[in-house]
Design a protein around this ligand. Structure first.
Ligand SMILES: C[S@@+](CC[C@H](N)C(=O)[O-])C[C@H]1O[C@@H](n2cnc3c(N)ncnc32)[C@H](O)[C@@H]1O
Length: 216
């Protein structure tokens, strides 16, 4: 896929009708330090993961996107207690479908995180393996860039494992299954609120790390 193709990706009609995202591109450009490795989290919820990730990756920046207002506001309150992370985390209240095509260039992102995205099993075009958003994610990922996807839904995990390497220039580098015992005996520290909720109630969580193999 080239830049023209990325720009011309057809968004579903309900997204095309929506107004541009409430997002200051100028603030984002001023915040972004292009020499720092750059990650994006889509659907960060109340923001536990981007905050922990930023603390562990002090030379990196992360754009954390959440479209649900109440969750985004909780995230901002949480973030306001970490003034030292201002240069590392940019919080965006937006739908990633609309934000990312406006914001990014090809091959510009080092890492993407999709932790427990809400799958819509009946709407094929909205699921990770078949969505426009995934095309945008892969197109904007740098060669050798990493895409981390986690889910607690087995069918969804099967779909991701099978289709992503077939449809995109991605290879599956690592797959991990996480269970409650891993939390209890300290083998795994939960990364997000939903991960904790799913593990606490006994779900198995699947974690996939893909690498992009080729530039577009
Ligand atoms: C199941 S929650 C998981 C939240 C968080 N990642 C966690 O693991 O605790 C999925 C989140 O993704 C958000 N989301 C789904 N699609 C999105 C999109 N296109 N753009 C931004 N946020 C999105 C939802 O609003 C919701 O908060």
């Amino acid at each position: 896929m080239n830049l023209a193709e990325l720009e011309s990706l057809t968004l579903p009609p309900h997204l095309n009708r929506m107004a541009p995202p409430d997002f200051s591109a100028l603030n984002f450009t001023n915040w972004r330090n292009t020499s720092a490795p750059f990650a994006i989290e889509i659907g960060c919820g109340v923001g536990y993961h981007p905050i922990q990730w930023a603390k562990q990756n002090v030379n990196c920046q992360i754009l954390a996107i959440e479209r649900t207002k109440i969750k985004f506001e909780k995230f901002c309150r949480r973030l306001s207690q970490h003034a030292n992370l201002e240069q590392q985390i940019f919080a965006a209240h937006a739908d990633a479908n609309r934000l990312l095509p406006h914001l990014l260039t090809l091959n510009s992102v080092d890492n993407y995180f999709l932790l427990y995205p809400n799958p819509e099993p009946k709407r094929r075009n909205h699921r990770i393996a078949f969505s426009t958003l995934t095309k945008i994610v892969v197109a904007t990922l740098k060669p050798r860039g990493r895409l981390t996807i986690a889910t607690n839904i087995e069918n969804y995990a099967n779909e991701v494992r099978h289709w992503l390497p077939l449809k995109f220039s991605l290879i599956l580098e690592r797959e991990t299954k996480i269970i409650k015992d891993d939390l209890l005996c300290g083998r795994h520290r939960f990364r997000s609120h939903f991960e904790k909720k799913y593990l606490d109630r006994g779900d198995c969580c699947y974690n996939f790390e893909f690498r992009k193999t080729n530039p577009f």
